[in-house]
Design a protein around this ligand. Structure first.
Ligand SMILES: [Zn+2]
Length: 286
Protein backbone atom coordinates (compact mmCIF):
# COMPACT_ATOMS: atom_id res chain seq x y z
CA UNK A 1 0.00 0.00 0.00
CA UNK A 2 1.47 3.38 -1.01
CA UNK A 3 1.30 6.16 1.58
CA UNK A 4 2.47 9.76 1.63
CA UNK A 5 2.84 12.21 4.51
CA UNK A 6 2.05 15.89 3.94
CA UNK A 7 2.60 17.59 7.30
CA UNK A 8 0.14 15.86 9.64
CA UNK A 9 -1.96 14.54 6.77
CA UNK A 10 -1.59 10.97 5.49
CA UNK A 11 -2.67 9.95 1.99
CA UNK A 12 -3.11 6.24 1.16
CA UNK A 13 -3.64 4.87 -2.34
CA UNK A 14 -6.10 2.01 -2.81
CA UNK A 15 -5.87 0.59 -6.34
CA UNK A 16 -8.84 -0.79 -8.23
CA UNK A 17 -7.28 -1.38 -11.70
CA UNK A 18 -3.75 -1.04 -13.11
CA UNK A 19 -3.04 -1.61 -16.78
CA UNK A 20 -0.34 -1.20 -19.41
CA UNK A 21 -1.33 -0.59 -23.00
CA UNK A 22 -1.99 1.92 -25.71
CA UNK A 23 -3.07 5.24 -24.21
CA UNK A 24 -4.65 6.56 -27.40
CA UNK A 25 -8.21 5.68 -26.36
CA UNK A 26 -7.98 8.41 -23.71
CA UNK A 27 -5.06 10.53 -25.07
CA UNK A 28 -5.23 10.39 -28.89
CA UNK A 29 -1.80 12.05 -29.28
CA UNK A 30 -0.06 9.61 -26.95
CA UNK A 31 0.79 7.07 -29.65
CA UNK A 32 3.50 4.53 -28.82
CA UNK A 33 5.90 6.45 -31.13
CA UNK A 34 5.20 9.73 -29.33
CA UNK A 35 5.43 8.22 -25.85
CA UNK A 36 8.69 6.42 -26.66
CA UNK A 37 10.29 9.82 -27.35
CA UNK A 38 9.78 10.80 -23.71
CA UNK A 39 12.55 8.72 -22.15
CA UNK A 40 11.87 10.06 -18.65
CA UNK A 41 8.57 8.13 -18.57
CA UNK A 42 10.40 4.78 -18.43
CA UNK A 43 10.06 2.69 -16.29
CA UNK A 44 7.46 4.24 -13.96
CA UNK A 45 4.90 5.70 -16.36
CA UNK A 46 5.47 3.84 -19.64
CA UNK A 47 7.54 0.99 -21.01
CA UNK A 48 10.21 1.21 -23.69
CA UNK A 49 7.69 0.30 -26.38
CA UNK A 50 5.65 3.39 -25.61
CA UNK A 51 2.86 1.56 -23.82
CA UNK A 52 1.45 3.63 -20.98
CA UNK A 53 0.98 2.49 -17.39
CA UNK A 54 -2.36 3.75 -16.11
CA UNK A 55 -4.02 3.32 -12.72
CA UNK A 56 -7.51 3.73 -11.37
CA UNK A 57 -7.33 4.26 -7.62
CA UNK A 58 -8.91 6.03 -4.69
CA UNK A 59 -6.96 8.14 -2.24
CA UNK A 60 -7.82 8.05 1.46
CA UNK A 61 -6.84 11.35 3.08
CA UNK A 62 -6.53 11.28 6.87
CA UNK A 63 -6.78 14.79 8.24
CA UNK A 64 -7.31 15.41 11.95
CA UNK A 65 -10.02 12.95 13.00
CA UNK A 66 -11.44 12.74 9.51
CA UNK A 67 -11.13 10.06 6.87
CA UNK A 68 -11.76 11.56 3.47
CA UNK A 69 -12.04 9.37 0.37
CA UNK A 70 -11.11 11.14 -2.87
CA UNK A 71 -12.72 9.61 -5.96
CA UNK A 72 -14.34 6.20 -5.97
CA UNK A 73 -13.19 4.38 -9.14
CA UNK A 74 -15.46 2.21 -11.33
CA UNK A 75 -17.26 0.05 -8.77
CA UNK A 76 -18.71 -3.47 -8.91
CA UNK A 77 -21.81 -4.71 -10.74
CA UNK A 78 -22.26 -1.56 -12.85
CA UNK A 79 -23.57 -2.16 -16.37
CA UNK A 80 -21.03 -0.37 -18.57
CA UNK A 81 -20.35 -0.29 -22.31
CA UNK A 82 -16.59 -0.48 -21.62
CA UNK A 83 -15.88 -4.25 -21.52
CA UNK A 84 -13.14 -4.06 -18.87
CA UNK A 85 -15.47 -2.07 -16.58
CA UNK A 86 -18.70 -3.96 -17.19
CA UNK A 87 -20.22 -5.73 -14.16
CA UNK A 88 -16.90 -5.90 -12.33
CA UNK A 89 -16.52 -7.98 -9.20
CA UNK A 90 -13.20 -6.78 -7.84
CA UNK A 91 -11.90 -6.84 -4.23
CA UNK A 92 -11.74 -3.05 -3.85
CA UNK A 93 -13.81 -2.82 -0.65
CA UNK A 94 -11.94 -5.63 1.08
CA UNK A 95 -8.65 -4.06 -0.05
CA UNK A 96 -9.79 -0.81 1.57
CA UNK A 97 -10.76 -2.62 4.75
CA UNK A 98 -7.43 -4.43 4.80
CA UNK A 99 -5.67 -1.07 4.54
CA UNK A 100 -7.58 -0.04 7.68
CA UNK A 101 -10.51 1.75 6.07
CA UNK A 102 -13.76 -0.22 6.25
CA UNK A 103 -16.58 1.60 4.41
CA UNK A 104 -18.40 2.66 7.59
CA UNK A 105 -15.27 4.47 8.83
CA UNK A 106 -15.25 6.98 5.96
CA UNK A 107 -16.42 10.46 7.02
CA UNK A 108 -16.46 12.21 3.65
CA UNK A 109 -16.37 11.27 0.01
CA UNK A 110 -15.04 13.89 -2.43
CA UNK A 111 -15.48 13.45 -6.17
CA UNK A 112 -13.17 15.58 -8.33
CA UNK A 113 -15.81 15.21 -11.04
CA UNK A 114 -18.71 12.91 -11.84
CA UNK A 115 -17.22 10.65 -14.52
CA UNK A 116 -17.68 6.88 -14.66
CA UNK A 117 -14.31 6.01 -13.04
CA UNK A 118 -14.62 8.55 -10.18
CA UNK A 119 -18.06 7.78 -8.76
CA UNK A 120 -18.45 3.99 -9.08
CA UNK A 121 -18.01 2.99 -5.44
CA UNK A 122 -20.31 5.79 -4.29
CA UNK A 123 -22.91 3.04 -4.40
CA UNK A 124 -23.08 -0.74 -4.27
CA UNK A 125 -25.73 -3.21 -5.29
CA UNK A 126 -27.83 -4.52 -2.38
CA UNK A 127 -30.93 -6.66 -3.01
CA UNK A 128 -31.17 -5.32 -6.56
CA UNK A 129 -30.93 -1.66 -5.49
CA UNK A 130 -28.09 0.87 -5.58
CA UNK A 131 -27.37 2.01 -2.02
CA UNK A 132 -24.66 4.34 -0.66
CA UNK A 133 -21.48 2.37 0.06
CA UNK A 134 -20.21 4.84 2.64
CA UNK A 135 -23.32 5.16 4.77
CA UNK A 136 -21.76 7.34 7.49
CA UNK A 137 -20.17 9.78 5.04
CA UNK A 138 -21.21 13.13 3.65
CA UNK A 139 -20.59 13.12 -0.10
CA UNK A 140 -19.22 16.43 -1.41
CA UNK A 141 -19.95 17.17 -5.06
CA UNK A 142 -19.26 20.42 -6.87
CA UNK A 143 -22.48 22.33 -7.45
CA UNK A 144 -21.54 23.17 -11.06
CA UNK A 145 -20.58 19.60 -11.78
CA UNK A 146 -23.78 18.20 -10.33
CA UNK A 147 -25.90 20.72 -12.26
CA UNK A 148 -24.12 19.85 -15.51
CA UNK A 149 -24.60 16.07 -15.27
CA UNK A 150 -28.11 16.21 -13.87
CA UNK A 151 -29.12 18.24 -16.96
CA UNK A 152 -27.50 15.79 -19.40
CA UNK A 153 -29.72 13.32 -21.21
CA UNK A 154 -28.62 10.09 -19.54
CA UNK A 155 -30.46 7.94 -22.09
CA UNK A 156 -27.78 8.82 -24.61
CA UNK A 157 -24.89 8.81 -22.15
CA UNK A 158 -21.89 7.09 -23.78
CA UNK A 159 -20.81 5.39 -20.56
CA UNK A 160 -24.16 4.09 -19.34
CA UNK A 161 -26.40 5.52 -16.64
CA UNK A 162 -23.53 6.66 -14.41
CA UNK A 163 -25.51 9.47 -12.84
CA UNK A 164 -28.52 7.25 -12.20
CA UNK A 165 -26.70 4.38 -10.53
CA UNK A 166 -23.78 6.14 -8.81
CA UNK A 167 -24.81 9.75 -8.06
CA UNK A 168 -28.60 9.97 -7.82
CA UNK A 169 -28.95 7.26 -5.11
CA UNK A 170 -26.65 9.06 -2.66
CA UNK A 171 -28.43 12.33 -3.40
CA UNK A 172 -31.81 10.72 -2.73
CA UNK A 173 -30.44 9.24 0.50
CA UNK A 174 -29.78 12.80 1.67
CA UNK A 175 -26.02 12.29 1.97
CA UNK A 176 -24.89 14.91 -0.58
CA UNK A 177 -23.57 18.42 0.09
CA UNK A 178 -23.35 20.49 -3.09
CA UNK A 179 -20.43 22.87 -2.70
CA UNK A 180 -18.55 25.60 -4.56
CA UNK A 181 -15.50 24.74 -6.68
CA UNK A 182 -13.24 26.47 -4.12
CA UNK A 183 -14.89 24.86 -1.11
CA UNK A 184 -12.86 24.67 2.10
CA UNK A 185 -13.33 21.18 3.51
CA UNK A 186 -11.37 21.76 6.73
CA UNK A 187 -8.25 23.61 7.91
CA UNK A 188 -6.01 21.28 5.86
CA UNK A 189 -8.07 20.34 2.79
CA UNK A 190 -9.74 22.47 0.12
CA UNK A 191 -10.98 22.31 -3.44
CA UNK A 192 -9.22 24.16 -6.23
CA UNK A 193 -11.24 24.78 -9.41
CA UNK A 194 -9.59 23.11 -12.44
CA UNK A 195 -12.38 23.20 -15.06
CA UNK A 196 -12.26 21.91 -18.61
CA UNK A 197 -12.09 18.14 -18.40
CA UNK A 198 -15.60 18.66 -17.06
CA UNK A 199 -17.26 22.04 -16.35
CA UNK A 200 -17.13 21.69 -12.56
CA UNK A 201 -13.91 19.71 -12.25
CA UNK A 202 -11.86 20.34 -9.08
CA UNK A 203 -8.48 19.33 -7.72
CA UNK A 204 -7.92 18.75 -4.01
CA UNK A 205 -5.29 20.84 -2.22
CA UNK A 206 -3.66 19.66 1.01
CA UNK A 207 -1.74 22.03 3.30
CA UNK A 208 -0.49 21.01 6.70
CA UNK A 209 2.25 22.54 8.86
CA UNK A 210 3.78 24.25 5.83
CA UNK A 211 3.83 21.10 3.67
CA UNK A 212 1.75 21.11 0.50
CA UNK A 213 0.23 18.57 -1.86
CA UNK A 214 -2.40 18.47 -4.56
CA UNK A 215 -4.52 15.67 -6.00
CA UNK A 216 -4.91 16.34 -9.71
CA UNK A 217 -8.17 14.67 -10.66
CA UNK A 218 -8.37 14.32 -14.43
CA UNK A 219 -6.93 17.66 -15.48
CA UNK A 220 -4.18 15.27 -16.60
CA UNK A 221 -4.55 11.54 -17.18
CA UNK A 222 -0.87 10.75 -17.59
CA UNK A 223 2.41 12.44 -16.58
CA UNK A 224 3.32 12.85 -20.28
CA UNK A 225 0.89 15.79 -20.30
CA UNK A 226 3.43 17.71 -18.18
CA UNK A 227 5.67 17.65 -21.26
CA UNK A 228 2.72 18.03 -23.64
CA UNK A 229 -0.05 20.09 -22.02
CA UNK A 230 -1.48 20.53 -25.52
CA UNK A 231 -2.37 16.83 -25.60
CA UNK A 232 -6.01 16.73 -24.61
CA UNK A 233 -8.10 13.82 -23.42
CA UNK A 234 -10.84 12.40 -25.62
CA UNK A 235 -13.05 12.78 -22.53
CA UNK A 236 -12.40 16.54 -22.09
CA UNK A 237 -15.79 18.25 -22.25
CA UNK A 238 -14.25 21.68 -22.95
CA UNK A 239 -10.90 20.99 -24.68
CA UNK A 240 -9.57 24.57 -24.87
CA UNK A 241 -10.40 25.29 -21.28
CA UNK A 242 -8.86 21.96 -20.25
CA UNK A 243 -5.58 22.90 -21.96
CA UNK A 244 -5.56 26.32 -20.29
CA UNK A 245 -6.14 24.65 -16.94
CA UNK A 246 -3.25 22.22 -17.53
CA UNK A 247 -0.90 25.08 -18.46
CA UNK A 248 -1.97 27.13 -15.41
CA UNK A 249 -1.55 24.12 -13.15
CA UNK A 250 1.98 23.40 -14.45
CA UNK A 251 3.00 27.05 -14.09
CA UNK A 252 1.55 27.20 -10.57
CA UNK A 253 3.24 24.08 -9.23
CA UNK A 254 6.48 23.74 -11.21
CA UNK A 255 9.63 23.86 -9.09
CA UNK A 256 7.53 24.36 -5.97
CA UNK A 257 7.80 22.06 -2.94
CA UNK A 258 4.39 20.56 -3.67
CA UNK A 259 3.69 16.83 -3.87
CA UNK A 260 1.53 16.33 -6.96
CA UNK A 261 -0.52 13.14 -6.64
CA UNK A 262 -2.00 11.93 -9.90
CA UNK A 263 -5.46 10.40 -9.97
CA UNK A 264 -4.51 8.09 -12.87
CA UNK A 265 -0.72 8.12 -12.51
CA UNK A 266 0.64 4.58 -12.05
CA UNK A 267 3.67 3.32 -10.17
CA UNK A 268 5.03 6.01 -7.85
CA UNK A 269 1.88 8.07 -8.66
CA UNK A 270 3.25 11.22 -7.01
CA UNK A 271 6.16 13.58 -7.50
CA UNK A 272 7.19 17.15 -8.10
CA UNK A 273 6.65 19.01 -11.33
CA UNK A 274 10.01 20.25 -12.59
CA UNK A 275 10.86 22.53 -15.46
CA UNK A 276 12.63 20.77 -18.33
CA UNK A 277 13.65 23.38 -20.92
CA UNK A 278 10.45 24.88 -22.27
CA UNK A 279 8.34 22.04 -20.92
CA UNK A 280 7.83 20.16 -17.67
CA UNK A 281 8.05 16.64 -16.34
CA UNK A 282 6.97 14.80 -13.23
CA UNK A 283 9.88 13.75 -11.07
CA UNK A 284 8.90 11.07 -8.56
CA UNK A 285 12.26 11.34 -6.80
CA UNK A 286 12.36 15.14 -6.39
ZN1 LIG B 1 -10.78 9.39 -14.82
Amino acid sequence: MQRWKIGDVTVTKVVEIESTGAATWILPDATPENLAKEKWLVPHFANEKGKAHISIHSLVVESGDERILVDTCVGNDKVRPVPAWDRMSGPFLSDMAEAGFPPDSIDRVLCTHLHIDHVGWNTRLLDGKWVPTFENARYLFGQREFAYWSAEDQEDAPYGDVFGDSVQPVFEAGLVDLVASDHVVNSEIRFEPTPGHTPGHVSVVIESRGARGVITGDLMHHPVQCAHPEWGSSADVEPERAERTRRDFLARYADEPVLVIGTHFAGPTAGRIVRDGDAFRLDPDA
